[in-house]
Design a protein around this ligand. Structure first.
Ligand code: SF4
Length: 273
């Protein structure tokens, strides 16, 4: 059985006319941008343009290096990397939108940390990016990855599904197991609303990326252990789409409801604009 990453590579070659090596070279560039963003977010003093976020990724990393982390080292490193990328994004830095800017921390946070933990090389990471791309592509064709259209379940949920499937294939799991991981990820956040404070992709977005990273690792762990999603991936994607369209517009990136609609959220908006 072909892996999702192999199918995705063949698709890219067929549709773009590029060779396998050229497709992989493009992914290597994306990988480098991901590495630089996580590095910058964890080492530089970053503040978003609004001043709402910046510096928390470093706090999480330093805490886990200083003391025994509640989540464990692997999870903590993945979370801090995911947060780091969101901080770089909010500070107008360069990131890879995988699948969107608002969810850009999840895939690098998870993949780079798993590679670090298991001493996997860039070839394994490229394989992971292909798997992640395959899952993201399926979701965009059958549902959406847009918070404005489907809530945060569509944005950070899809990123988590992509990362979870990637981890499964990077760790030698089967394509069905990768799709179980993706399905578990999405079902874990069905209904998650998009409610960015003041309409900025900062709060709660940075924390949602950390949640996405954790969700991806948890789901990959279960799938690699043989746990299956009772509802098949394709049906979970359809359910996610339907749930997204059922959400009132206040909970889909309009910054009118959810956390954005709280007295504090509204007060911050007035101060900023
Ligand atoms: S809350 Fe909305 S803007 Fe923020 S990450 Fe989620 S989908 Fe994106």
């Amino acid at each position: 059985m072909l892996g999702l990453h192999e199918v995705m590579l063949r698709r890219e070659v067929e549709l773009t006319g590029l060779s396998e090596a050229e497709v992989k070279a493009k992914l290597t560039l994306s990988l480098e941008i991901m590495k630089r963003a996580t590095e910058r977010g964890l080492t530089a003093d970053i503040k978003s343009v609004s001043g709402l976020i910046g510096g928390d990724a470093k706090k999480v990393r330093e805490h886990s290096e200083r003391t025994k982390s509640v989540c464990g080292s692997l999870m903590s490193r993945a979370i801090s990397r995911a947060m780091a990328v969101l901080e770089v994004n909010a500070a107008m830095g360069k990131i890879v939108a995988a699948p969107t800017a608002g969810s850009s921390g999840v895939v690098p946070g998870v993949l780079l940390t798993v590679a670090e933990e298991f001493a996997l090389d860039d070839a394994a990471l490229i394989k992971g990016l292909l798997t992640a791309g395959a899952v993201g592509f399926i979701i965009t064709r059958n549902a959406t990855v847009s918070g404005a259209e489907g809530g945060c379940q569509a944005e950070t949920g899809s990123a988590a599904a992509m990362a979870a499937a990637a981890v499964v294939e990077m760790m030698g799991g089967s394509p069905p197991a990768a799709l179980h991981a993706a399905a578990i990820c999405l079902q874990n956040v069905l209904g998650l609303v998009c409610d960015p404070i003041a309409g900025l992709v900062e709060v709660p977005c940075e924390h949602r990326n950390a949640l996405g990273a954790a969700n991806a690792l948890i789901s990959a762990e279960m799938a690699l252990a043989g746990v299956a999603s009772i509802i098949p991936f394709d049906e979970v994607v359809e359910a996610m789409y339907r749930v997204g369209h059922s959400l009132p517009c206040e909970l889909r990136e309009t910054a009118l409801g959810g956390l954005a609609g709280t007295p504090t959220g509204q007060r911050i908006k007035k101060v900023l604009f």
